[in-house]
Write a protein that binds this ligand. Structure first.
Ligand code: ZN
Length: 282
C-alpha cells in the first residue's frame, strides 16, 4: 500500500516501447531468467503451465551416491541439449545493445551459456554454468566436455538410450540409474559437481557482488524473462529500488518484482527485446 502504482502493458505496442525506451535512456543493467531461453528450446519450469518440480538440493546431492547417480545421469543428457541449443533473437538483441555501449553487462540466472554464445561479453552467471565442473575436495576445475567424454566411455549402455524430460538447470528426470558410473576427480578422487548453484546453495559472494556492482553503476534495470522467484534476483531488484533506478520488468506472467517495477510489460522476451533494441538504437 502506498507504493508507486505499477503500469502494466500487455502488448509491446509502439507507445509501450517508447515508454520503456524513455526509462532505459541511459545505461541499462539487465537481469535475465529462464524465460529468455524458452524460445531456444530450453523449458522454464517456473513458467505458466510448467510441471511442478522440486529441484535436487545440495544436501541430497552430497548425502547419497544414488542422488549423485540420478543427478549426473540427468545432467549429462541436459548438457547435451544445452550444447546444441542456439541463442534466440532476445539474446542477440542484448548482445547488440552491449556492443553499442547501452548495456554494460548481463546478469543471468540461467546456466545455459546462451548469452555468451550470442556475443555478450560481460555476463555474470549468478547460478554458475554447466560448462565447468569443480572438485568439491581439491577445487580442481574441469571442462564439461572432458567429463562428458568420461561419462560416455563408462556408461555406454546409458548414453543415447534413455528417454528424458529436460529441466532448465541441466537436471532431468531419468529412469533406473543404479548402474550409472559417476565420474570422480582425476587429481584427488573427490566428488565432482557441475559449477552450478544448487537449490539450497548460496550464490558465491564475489559473483553476487559483481552482479550488484553492475546494477549500482547503471542508470536503469531491465528484468527479462524472470519471475524473480529466486533470492539473488530479488536482492538485485532491491539494490535498484533503493537507488531509485527506473525498473522495467518484461515477463509473461506475474513476477515478485511487479510491485516495485516502474513499468511491467506482459509479453515475450524474444519479440519485445528485438523491438526495444530497434527503438533504443534508432
Ligand atoms: Zn580433486
Amino acid at each position: 500500500m502506498g507504493g508507486r502504482a505499477t503500469e502494466v502493458a500487455r502488448e509491446p505496442g509502439a507507445d509501450v516501447l517508447e515508454q520503456a525506451a524513455e526509462l532505459l535512456s541511459g545505461t541499462v543493467a539487465v537481469l535475465t531468467g529462464a524465460g529468455i531461453s524458452t524460445d531456444s528450446g530450453i523449458p522454464d519450469y517456473r513458467g505458466d503451465g510448467a510441471p511442478k518440480r522440486r529441484p535436487m538440493t545440495i544436501q541430497q546431492f552430497l548425502s547419497d551416491d544414488s542422488f549423485r547417480k540420478r543427478y549426473w545421469a540427468g545432467s549429462y543428457l541436459g548438457w547435451a541439449r544445452f550444447v546444441s541449443a542456439e541463442p534466440n533473437a532476445g539474446h542477440l538483441a542484448l548482445a547488440d545493445l552491449e556492443a553499442a555501449g547501452r548495456v554494460p553487462g548481463v546478469v543471468t540466472q540461467n546456466v545455459d551459456g546462451l548469452h555468451g554464445k550470442a556475443g555478450s561479453r560481460h555476463v555474470v552467471e549468478v547460478h554458475g554454468s554447466v560448462d565447468r565442473v569443480v572438485c568439491l575436495r581439491c577445487g580442481q576445475l574441469f571442462a564439461r566436455g572432458a567429463i562428458a567424454e568420461r561419462i560416455e566411455s563408462a556408461n555406454a549402455w546409458f548414453v543415447g538410450g534413455a528417454t528424458v524430460t529436460l529441466n532448465p538447470d541441466g537436471d532431468a528426470d531419468v529412469g533406473d540409474v543404479a548402474d550409472f558410473v559417476v565420474p570422480d576427480c582425476t587429481v584427488c578422487g573427490g566428488t565432482l559437481k557441475p559449477e552450478v548453484v544448487f537449490f539450497g546453495e548460496f550464490v558465491p559472494r564475489d559473483r553476487f557482488q559483481e552482479a550488484a556492482a553492475l546494477v549500482t553503476r547503471a542508470d536503469a534495470l531491465l528484468v527479462a524473462g524472470s519471475s524473480l522467484a529466486v533470492n539473488s534476483g530479488i536482492r538485485l531488484l532491491e539494490q535498484a529500488r533503493r537507488r531509485h533506478l527506473p525498473i522495467v520488468v518484461l515477463n509473461r506472467g506475474a513476477t515478485k518484482g511487479d510491485r516495485v517495477a516502474t513499468l511491467k510489460i506482459e509479453a515475450g522476451t524474444t519479440e519485445t527485446l528485438t523491438a526495444l533494441r530497434d527503438v533504443l538504437l534508432a
